[in-house]
Design a protein around this ligand. Structure first.
Ligand SMILES: [Zn+2]
Length: 258
C-alpha cells in the first residue's frame, strides 16, 4: 500500500469528485493509497487540515506556515507548540526557505519563522517538513544552527543535488520525491533518486500542485502518487510493490505511526 507523504487535501478542487471529499479519498484508496499526510501552510487554515485528520484514522496532519506565506499570521514558538498538541498533528511544517522571488524583508521573516518552527519541533519532539527552493546553503546552515537533527524530518518535494541530499540525511532527514522526479527534464534529480538509501526516502504528490507524468499540467490528487511510485521503481530497478512497502515503512517510522 502507498502513502502520500505530502498533500494539501483542503486545497484539492473537489469538482471532479462531485464536490464530495469522500470520493477523492476513495479514488486514492482504489489506487492503493492507504495513508495521507495533509500539510498545513498557514495557521488560519489549520482547522481545515485538522478536521479531516480527526475524521479519518488514515489521514494525519501538520501545523506550520509556508515560507512564501508572509501575509499570513506569524505564530510564535509557543503558539506552534499549542497547536501541535493534537494527537493528529504528526509533524511541524511546512516550513523552510524559498528565495525564488524574495526580497530582504521576506528573507528576514523566513529566517525567523524557520527558527520558530525548528524550536517548536524540538519542544514537541515532532519531525519537521521542510520546503527549500533556491536556498539550499541557508537551509542546511539554519537546520544545523538550531540542532534540527534532534528531531529530523523530511525534505519535501526534493529537487536539489546529491550533496544537499547527503547533508540533509546527515541531519536525520528523509528525502521525499514528488511528481518532479517523473519529468523528462529532471535528469539530475533522477540520479539522486537512484542513490538515496532504501531506508531514507518517501514519496508524495504535493496535491493539488505538480502532477506527475502522465498527468502533468493537470490538477494533482493523492491517487497519482502511484505514478511517482512507478517512476521510482523504474529508476531504482525494483518492483512497484517494493517501493510502496519501503516508502510506507519509512513514513511510519519517521512520523511514529503504529
Ligand atoms: Zn506542500
Amino acid at each position: 500500500m502507498l502513502t502520500d507523504s505530502h498533500c494539501h487535501l483542503d486545497k484539492v478542487d473537489l469538482e471532479p469528485f462531485e464536490n464530495d471529499f469522500d470520493n477523492m479519498i476513495n479514488a486514492a484508496t482504489e489506487n492503493d493509497v492507504s495513508q495521507f499526510l495533509c500539510v498545513c501552510i498557514d495557521t488560519e487554515h489549520f482547522q481545515d487540515v485538522l478536521k479531516p485528520a480527526q475524521q479519518y484514522s488514515n489521514i494525519h496532519c501538520s501545523v506550520g506556515v509556508h515560507p512564501t506565506h508572509k501575509e499570513s499570521y506569524s505564530p510564535s514558538v509557543d503558539e506552534l507548540i499549542e497547536l501541535a498538541i493534537h494527537q493528529e498533528v504528526v509533524a511541524i511544517g511546512e516550513t523552510g526557505l524559498d528565495y525564488f522571488r524574495c526580497d530582504d524583508e521576506d528573507m528576514t521573516w523566513q529566517h525567523d519563522m524557520f527558527r520558530n518552527h525548528i524550536r517548536a519541533a524540538i519542544a514537541t519532539q515532532k519531525p519537521l517538513i521542510i520546503h527549500t527552493r533556491s536556498a539550499k546553503e541557508d537551509t542546511i546552515r539554519i537546520l544545523r544552527e538550531e540542532n534540527a537533527e534532534k528531531v529530523g524530518g523530511v525534505m519535501h518535494c526534493f529537487a536539489e543535488d546529491w550533496d544537499t541530499a547527503q547533508k540533509s540525511m546527515d541531519l536525520n532527514f528523509y528525502i521525499s520525491f514528488s511528481g518532479i522526479v517523473s519529468f523528462n527534464s529532471a535528469k539530475e534529480l533522477q540520479e539522486v533518486a537512484k542513490l538515496v538509501p532504501e531506508d531514507r526516502f518517501l514519496i508524495e504528490t504535493d496535491s493539488p500542485w505538480l502532477a506527475p507524468v502522465p498527468k502533468r499540467g493537470r490538477p494533482n490528487q493523492p491517487a497519482y502518487v502511484k505514478y511517482v511510485a512507478e517512476k521510482m521503481a523504474d529508476l531504482r530497478e525494483c518492483s512497484y510493490q517494493h517501493i510502496a512497502k519501503v516508502s510506507t515503512d519509512n513514513f511510519n517510522k519517521l512520523f511514529k505511526i503504529s
